[in-house]
Design a protein around this ligand. Structure first.
Ligand code: FES
Ligand SMILES: [Fe+2]
Length: 328
C-alpha cells in the first residue's frame, strides 16, 4: 500500500475502496436532494417521486451548476437549478424549458439502499464495485435513533478499534469476558465478544453478547440479543472518509423482535418499548465513542506498530484492510 507524505501525525493513508454510508434512508424522502462528501468530493443524492434513490456527481454537464445548490426532482427527473435542464434516472438529459436537449449525460455513482442506509461505492480511479454490499440485518430491521460527528483521523484508525481489545478496559472501563475472532471472510470481518462493565462484583454480573459484522471499512453492525424483550438490539457504526484524515462517523440504533411477524399485534405493542431501548443504547454508545474520539483526534498513524501479545486481532486487521487499497 502506498502512503502519501509523512507528517507529524504519521504517513497519510489513501482513501480505501468500498461502500460508504452517505445518509440514512429517512433523510432522503421522495423529491429530496442532498449533498454529502465522499473522498474529497461532493456527491449529490436525490430520490425520485416514485421512491428510487440515486447518487450523481454534483456538476451539471451544461454549464457546471451544482445540483445540490437548488436542484429539484420532478417526477423521475433531476432538474438543474441554473437553466432547468432535466436529467432522467439513467443520467441522460431529456428536456430543457425551451428547445431540444443537448447530448449530455450525468455521471452516476453506484448506490445501494440496505437496512435504512444509503451506501455509495468508492473505487480507485473510478473502478466499479468489486463486491456487493451485504444486508447486515433481516429485512425490516432499520435504525430508529442516530447521531453523527466528524473525526480528525483516517477511517482505518476508527475501524481498527473493534479488533483492539486491549483498549476496552482502559478507555471504556469494559471487561472482555469472552472473545472469538476476528475472522476474515473476503471483504467482511466477524468478531464475537462477551462484554460487561468493570467495577464491583454486582456490576460484573452484567455480561452481554456482542456479534460484530464489519463490511469493508464503511459499515460495522453490532447485534446484542435482549431476551427480556424478545428482541435484538442493533448498533450500526458507519465510517465515511470525507477528506484526508477526516471521517464522518454515524451511530444508529434499532431494536426489533426478529422472531415474530412484524405485523402481529404484540410486535406493534412492543414498538414504543423497542424505540426507547434503541435510544438508550444510542446514548450509551455515544458516550463510549466520545472516549475513542478524544484518542483518534490526537493520535498518529503507526504504519509499523510494535504489537504485544494479545494484539493479534490488530495484526489480522492490518492484513485484512490491504484488500481495500491500490497495490504498490
Ligand atoms: S448549468 Fe445546468 S442547465 Fe445549465
Ligand atoms: Fe473504543
Amino acid at each position: 500500500m502506498t502512503t502519501r507524505a509523512s507528517g507529524e501525525r504519521g504517513p497519510e493513508l489513501p482513501y480505501p475502496s468500498g461502500w460508504f454510508c452517505l445518509a440514512l434512508s429517512r433523510e432522503l424522502a421522495p423529491g429530496a436532494v442532498l449533498t454529502r462528501r465522499l473522498a474529497g468530493e461532493d456527491v449529490v443524492l436525490y430520490r425520485t417521486r416514485d421512491g428510487q434513490p440515486h447518487a450523481v456527481r454534483p456538476y451539471c454537464p451544461h454549464l457546471g451548476a451544482h445540483f445540490g445548490a437548488g436542484g429539484t426532482v420532478e417526477g423521475r427527473n433531476l432538474v438543474c437549478p441554473f437553466h432547468r435542464f432535466a436529467f432522467a434516472p439513467d443520467g441522460v438529459c431529456v428536456a430543457t424549458p425551451d428547445g431540444p436537449p443537448p447530448r449530455a449525460r450525468l455521471e452516476h455513482h453506484t448506490l445501494r439502499e440496505r437496512n435504512g442506509f444509503l451506501f455509495v461505492w468508492y473505487g480507485h480511479d473510478g473502478a466499479p464495485p468489486g463486491w456487493e454490499m451485504p444486508d447486515t440485518s433481516p429485512p425490516g430491521a432499520v435504525p430508529t435513533a442516530s447521531w453523527a460527528t466528524d473525526v480528525r483521523a483516517h477511517v482505518q484508525e476508527l475501524t481498527e478499534n473493534t479488533t483492539d481489545l486491549r483498549h476496552l478496559p482502559v478507555v471504556h472501563h469494559t471487561t472482555v469476558w469472552k472473545a472469538d475472532g476476528p475472522r476474515a471472510e473476503g471483504p467482511c470481518l466477524r468478531t464475537y465478544l462477551r462484554l460487561g462493565p468493570d467495577g464491583p462484583a454486582l456490576l460484573r454480573k452484567i455480561q452481554w453478547d456482542h456479534t460484530f459484522l464489519q463490511a469493508g471499512m464503511g459499515c460495522l453492525r453490532i447485534e446484542l440479543p435482549v431476551p427480556a424483550l424478545g428482541g435484538v438490539l442493533r448498533l450500526w457504526v458507519m465510517h465515511t472518509p470525507t477528506a484526508p484524515r477526516r471521517t464522518r462517523l454515524l451511530l444508529a440504533c434499532g431494536c426489533t423482535d426478529d422472531r415474530q411477524a412484524r405485523s402481529t399485534g404484540t410486535a406493534l405493542l412492543k414498538r414504543p418499548v423497542h424505540r426507547a431501548v434503541a435510544r438508550s443504547l444510542l446514548w450509551t454508545s455515544v458516550r463510549k465513542v466520545q472516549e475513542d474520539v478524544r484518542i483518534w483526534n490526537a493520535k498518529r498513524y503507526e504504519p509499523h506498530p510494535r504489537l504485544a501479545a494479545g494484539d493479534e486481532g490488530i495484526g489480522l486487521y492490518r492484513h485484512w484492510v490491504r484488500q481495500f487499497y491500490p497495490p504498490g
